[in-house]
Design a protein around this ligand. Structure first.
Ligand code: ADP
Length: 506
């Protein structure tokens, strides 16, 4: 095995930190919907798995609150009922179970059949929103706020930390309570998804009538769960600093820029991290060979295996890859447009994704048209994502907007240079290969301004130019692999934010 730095966080270190918690630790209820590996539709699941662990490592008494989706029930250990709650939502009986998932304390909410959704929590098999989404997530938020008085499990959080629109009503339910309440933090992982519902549902939410107003959770005549989070939370965070600024502009604010500007003093960006226990080519057992920054011979083996797996011809050119949800946000259409030029220059391409049927169809066409040079896998395959990252030279992330993005960070860790649109978290994490940065040894990838075919092609041309100079390519690869985007720093940032808010939480 190559001699490299070992992952910084192990479950052993979490256990140790748990054992020596401070006498009066910060208590945080972390409210969300998905959790890697049991239930994942995107990067949110990765964040939910890693950030609480890192906070536990800092001595924070953090507990997750999630709906008891079948996959989560199955993943949990030592579950025991801790509370029965009478909800304001008709005759739904709420039962709270407490246990652990992967050593992290977790409350799961059982509510009759409400959370009996075997696959995707948000949409049905046809990709349509579940018709009772308003109820699923109102109940999640209402349950979170029910912890405020300490009656549940004899545990009162100092902070309730909700994630994305699914938990957007939690700060509203907290604000509606009389007397003492925990502080609230609301994190925006993607402002494009807002949870907007017709005004008619408002009466079912058991919130004060005055909350349905401009100075509340009403937004253009609808009930908007995202706006609720943005309006009522004590603090708002986004998953990268750049995104926190972008969403305050009309161009990238998805209509919420005014709401966000009004709360500018409460907004901050904290960059997501990478769980190097999972995403580390030195210890990754799912890839063909292990490697690290100082000794990347194994990456060649991974590339060989990837070409074999996708039936790509042997070639001296670089392998590009895309691992993505297939939606307009991710700009995969630009990659398809750029494909002929990339192949003409001697590149190859592997794409893994699932999503919009039209894009899936275009990927199928590309695979058939460029057999031997383009490999496509439609679907969701976690292990394949690792093999593709390890076996490729460049990961392309041309997102039109990107709150943080994780695949470019995984690309850096695997020495698969990110080629990205200079936006959001992509701009915060990838340093373009300019002459100056090459000389200074700080370049880590390729960036382009404006999500256009021209921009992507220009950055790709520079990638080919670097590829033709193997010594320089190796230098950039080493720099990329030595970047540290672990969760330690972001977790400290969240801990400090919670600490700041603690006095508010009375
Ligand atoms: P988003 O959350 O917007 O989809 P991120 O880059 O933050 O984008 O996170 C995407 C996560 O989902 C990464 O862990 C990535 O590896 C994974 N992913 C996306 N599509 C697939 C797929 N088809 N198969 C396996 N993993 C995927």
């Amino acid at each position: 095995m190559p001699q490299c730095v070992l992952p910084w966080l192990t479950s052993w270190s979490i256990q140790r930190a748990l054992a020596k918690r401070l006498p009066d630790p910060l208590r945080v209820l972390y409210v969300s919907t998905e959790l890697y590996p049991a239930l994942k539709t995107g990067g949110l699941a990765d964040v939910n798995a890693a950030l609480p662990k890192a906070l536990l490592g800092l001595g924070v008494d953090i507990r997750l609150l999630l709906p008891a989706y079948p996959a989560l029930l199955q993943a949990a250990a030592g579950l025991r009922p801790v509370a029965q709650l009478r909800s304001p939502f008709g005759d739904i009986e709420v039962r709270l179970l407490y246990g652990q998932i992967d050593s992290v304390p977790v409350y799961l909410i059982e509510a009759g059949n409400l959370y009996q959704r075997p696959d995707n929590p948000y949409v049905d098999g046809e990709g349509r929103d579940w018709p009772d989404n308003y109820l699923q997530f109102a109940l999640l938020s209402w349950t979170a706020a029910s912890f405020a008085d300490g009656a549940i499990d004899d545990w009162r959080p100092d902070i309730v930390h909700g994630h994305d629109w699914h938990a957007g009503l939690a700060p509203a339910y907290l604000a509606a309570r009389a007397g003492a309440r925990p502080g609230s933090v609301f994190t925006v992982h993607n402002l494009a998804f807002q949870g907007a519902f017709p005004a008619t549902i408002f009466n079912k939410l058991a919130l004060p009538a005055g909350f349905f107003s401009m100075d509340g959770l009403e937004f253009y005549g609808n009930v908007n769960y995202m706006k609720s989070g943005l309006h009522f939370a004590d603090r708002i965070t986004t998953v990268s600093p750049m995104y926190s600024l972008e969403i305050q502009t009309p161009e990238q604010g998805f209509g919420m820029d005014g709401v966000l500007r009004a709360r500018a003093g409460a907004v901050c960006g904290i960059l997501n991290g990478v769980d190097y226990d999972l995403w580390n080519p030195q210890s990754d057992t799912t890839i063909a060979a292990r490697y690290c920054a100082q000794d990347a011979a194994g990456k060649g083996e991974c590339k060989h295996a990837l070409r074999a797996e996708f039936g790509l011809a042997s070639s001296g050119g670089p392998v590009f890859c895309v691992i993505s949800r297939l939606t307009a946000q991710k700009g995969v259409d630009l990659v398809l447009d750029a494909l002929p030029a990339l192949l003409r220059r001697g590149g190859q391409m592997v794409l893994l994704g699932s999503g919009e049927p039209a894009l899936e169809a275009q990927l199928r066409v590309a695979a058939a048209r460029f057999r031997g040079a383009v490999g496509v896998r439609l679907g969701y395959d976690e292990r394949l994502a690792h093999r593709i990252l390890a076996g490729s030279d460049v990961i392309v992330v041309p997102s039109r907007f990107e709150p943080c993005g994780l695949t470019q960070l995984y690309g850096l860790a695997y020495g698969t240079l990110p080629l990205v649109h200079h936006v959001g978290g992509l701009a915060d994490t990838v340093r373009d290969t300019t002459k100056e940065r090459l000389a200074a040894g700080t370049a880590t990838g390729f960036t382009f301004e404006g999500a256009t075919l021209g921009g992507l092609r220009e950055a790709a041309a520079r990638a080919f130019a670097l590829w033709s100079k193997p010594v320089l390519w190796e230098q950039v690869r080493r720099t990329a692999m030595s970047q540290q985007f672990g969760w330690a720093a972001p977790a400290r940032h969240y801990r400090d934010l919670y600490q700041d808010l603690r006095p508010v939480a009375q």
